[in-house]
Structures are given as C-alpha cells and as structure tokens.
Design a protein around this ligand. Structure first.
Ligand code: 9UX
Length: 66
C-alpha cells in the first residue's frame, strides 16, 4: 500500500468532502479529506491503482488537485 497526500482546492463544505472521498473510492483507492487543511490523504495499492487515475477522478468532480 502506498500513501500520498494531495493538496486539493475547491472543497468548502461537508458535501465536498463526501464527493471527493466517493470519487477516490470509486477509483479503487481510499481517501481521507482534511477540509481545513485542503488535503486529501490517499491510500492505494500501487499494483491496482495509479495516483494519476485518483487525481483524474477528483478533478472530474470539479476540484483542483494542485
Ligand atoms: Mo457544498 Mo462543495 O454546498 O462543491 S458540495 S461547496
């Protein structure tokens, strides 16, 4: 398992947190959002998921991974 912390802009409420965590989950990884810190900690199996795919899933929901 790998862990990556991403900076994500545009999350402002609890629904954003849910949307981002669901996007990460749908991409096959596990995400934990720190709303105040504008960070998402992603845990994933490098054999199954690429971090690029996780980033794309978050951006598809309208948030900016920086
Ligand atoms: Mo809350 Mo987030 O109303 O995109 S869902 S701001």
């Amino acid at each position: 398992m790998a862990n990556t912390v991403m900076k994500v802009e545009g999350m402002t409420c609890g629904h954003c947190v849910s949307a981002v965590e669901k996007a990460v989950s749908d991409a096959g990884a596990s995400g934990k959002v720190d709303l105040a810190g504008k960070k998402v900690t992603v845990e994933y199996d490098e054999a199954k998921v690429t971090i690029e795919a996780v980033k794309a899933a978050i951006e598809d929901q309208g948030y900016d991974v920086v």
